[in-house]
Write a protein that binds this ligand. Structure first.
Ligand SMILES: [Fe+2]
Length: 211
């Protein structure tokens, strides 16, 4: 279990770098995890190095209260804490390819309640993921009552800062797919459904409902 406070450590991938192939290649995962997440982790430690008062805050605590952060370091702390949080969440909600990959249980029921069917949900999710302008993420989040909604964020902003509880996320920065799909975000999203970890999403959803 990596430390959840300063000094942060690079969180390990919960599967091998080649485990998501052919949908996401080993080289993409290597760059995404070992270079980009490492950079965000190192830069978060650098941003916090001169602020001992915040070195005992967890990642979530830092992200939930930007107004409490030192004015001079607020931007680098938020940017890098978001980069760490978002990437760990994204990686932890993927798994090796599964045929007929679908949600089940209470999460599936909640998806049906909002969208009518899983297929309709996939259509809405893709449309919204395509609409994220530039770099960012599309999230499935829950409110306190367990109701689901789609929530786009730009750059490394995170729904945690806005008071929403994340259930699932797709990273639509080009670094997540360019080597495998060039600029074709649509093909990347179609492939991503094969490697969504619905068990992890179900766990996240149940944790959201405990709020
Ligand atoms: Fe990323």
């Amino acid at each position: 279990m990596p430390r959840d406070r300063y000094p942060f450590e690079l969180a390990p991938l919960p599967y091998a770098e080649n485990a998501l192939a052919p949908y996401i290649s080993k080289i993409t995962m290597n760059i995404h995890h070992d270079r980009l997440l490492r950079n965000y982790t190192d830069n978060l430690n650098k941003a916090l190095a001169e602020y001992p008062r915040f070195q005992n805050s967890s990642l979530t605590e830092l992200l939930q209260s930007p107004a409490l952060l030192p004015k001079d370091a607020r931007v680098p702390i938020m940017r890098n804490a978001g980069g760490v949080y978002n990437h760990i969440f994204f990686f932890d909600h993927l798994r090796p390819p599964v045929k007929e990959n679908r949600p089940s249980g209470q999460l599936l029921e909640a998806i049906k309640a909002e969208s009518g069917s899983f297929e309709e949900f996939q259509k809405e999710f893709k449309e919204n993921a395509m609409k994220v302008f530039g770099s960012g993420y599309l999230w499935l989040v829950a409110d306190e009552a367990g109701r689901l909604m789609l929530y786009p964020t730009a750059n490394q902003n995170t729904p945690v800062t806005d008071g929403y509880c994340p259930v699932l996320a797709i990273d639509v920065w080009e670094h997540a797919y360019y080597l495998d799909y060039q600029n074709l975000r649509s093909e990347y999203i179609d492939a991503w459904w094969n490697i969504v970890n619905w068990d992890a999403a179900q766990k996240s959803y149940m944790a959201c409902k405990k709020f």
